[in-house]
Design a protein around this ligand. Structure first.
Ligand code: MLT
Length: 286
């Protein structure tokens, strides 16, 4: 039987995964995958809005939020297996999948592995390339720095890159929430995930083969995965739409949730409207 609510626990192979599952039982399912080094609470504004009409699932990637780290080495492929493990345990055959940044890396690898499990893909502030040697080197330096000095400096540097300049005056609550998410992430998991990000494989060469509708969203001021990276994916994915989100850096869904939710609903509506449990959500005003 389905359990609903927040901070539910499920065991997938060795790690315990913490997840939220809300919305009507029979509704179309959307799974949201968070970025690094955040957790499922970054999707709270999406869960609140979409749970009216969708079964909304958010979860903590292993080692993040309240999920166990498990004993495997961290790799994007392991995170992908965890996603399928969660879908299998919850008996979800086919879903809409939305990933932001690292969540997008996982989503792109997941559709490469089992394309028939997804009805549509939403790629937010992400990219299809692997790390350059300079980026890998920076990740290794960051690991050393976290090991030597703890996560404080890393958290402050990350915030500068994650948010648009204007968000530092308009989104103070969100910035404080993200700082807390980073500081609450286990230090070993931070380092292990940085390693997994550095080791990730490119997915650009597989994009042409994606044959479900894809929405690509990116914050106009995203410094980590800028609009140019989104355009590269848009050009390669046959049935894709690109939306550049104003007033946002890397965390579009937190920095401009109104525009993010409207774009997502506009995209999902034609795909979900034939579902029995679905009624059109009202457009929200900024
Ligand atoms: C993320 O937001 O998930 C990370 O910034 C991704 C990355 O560093 O490549």
């Amino acid at each position: 039987m389905r359990s609903t609510g927040n901070n539910l626990k499920i065991t997938i192979s060795n790690p315990m995964v913490s997840y939220n599952d809300t919305g009507p039982e029979e509704a179309p399912v959307i799974i949201f995958i968070h970025g690094f080094p955040l957790n499922k609470s970054m999707w709270d504004k999406q869960a609140d809005y979409f749970k009216e009409n969708y079964r909304v699932i958010t979860y903590d990637i292993r080692g993040h939020g309240s999920s166990d780290a498990g004993s495997d080495i961290f790799l994007i492929e392991i995170f992908v297996n965890d996603l399928f493990g969660l879908m299998d345990k919850l008996e979800l055959d086919k879903v809409f999948l939305c990933g932001l940044s690292m969540g997008g890396y996982i989503a792109l690898k997941a559709i490469e592995k089992h394309p028939h499990r997804f009805e549509a893909l939403i790629l937010c502030d992400t990219q299809c390339t692997d790390d350059t040697s300079e980026a890998k080197e920076n990740r290794m330096k960051t690991i050393e720095n976290i090991k030597e000095n703890g996560p404080h400096q890393f958290a402050e540097e990350s915030l500068k890159n994650l948010f648009a300049v204007e968000s530092f005056s308009t989104k103070k609550r969100e910035i404080a929430a993200v700082r807390e998410m980073i500081m609450n992430t286990n230090q070993q998991s931070l380092c292990n995930t940085l390693h997994a990000l550095a080791e990730r494989k490119e997915t650009c060469s597989k994009l042409q083969g994606i044959n479900v509708p894809v929405l690509i969203m990116v914050g106009i001021e995203d410094k980590i995965t800028p609009p140019a990276a989104a355009r590269v994916m848009h050009e390669k994915i046959p049935n894709s739409i690109l939306a550049i989100i104003e007033h946002a850096g890397h965390l579009t869904n937190m920095e401009n949730p109104v525009e993010f939710n409207n774009q997502l609903e506009k995209f999902l509506h034609p795909l979900a409207k034939n579902h029995s449990a679905y009624v059109l959500l009202p457009e929200i005003e900024s």
